[in-house]
Write a new protein. Sequence first.
Length: 166
Amino acid sequence: MPLDPPPQTRIPDLVGPRDRLPAFRIGERAGHKPHPPHPEQDLSARIAHAPVRMDHGAFRKMQRGKLKPEGRIDLHGMTLAQAHPVLIRFILDAHDDGKRLVLVITGKGKDRETPDPIPIRRGILRHQVPGWLHAPPLGSIVLDIREAHQRHGGGGAYYVYLRKPR
């Protein structure tokens, strides 16, 4: 016994006639957003212009080099693979010990005289450490990051202000 094909039902048009849509261009109402910061933008300027999240009195003392860091670590000369776990362990231990201000020395980096078509940033560790400090697991305990005063290393070091231990 052959099956009868199902009756053809008309599917209603979900879109009306074309003349109902006004003429438009894709993206014409979108706001023009500024481009994200270029990786070559001065790192010192980005950190200096970040909002202050720590106590303003301590911040002023720290900026003048009057606040003494309670701990310090020197990552200068390490590779990225060596420095990352060492930094994580140091920050977690400092927070567990109740320290609030620590100094992380990265070094300023060296100029490379390689004629590569792709530019290489000066101071790979210097550029990488702020990202590590804001990312998990350290992001929840790091309150603020600032470039160190000249007496504590200047552009080759960072003050890392930690949250109060709970």
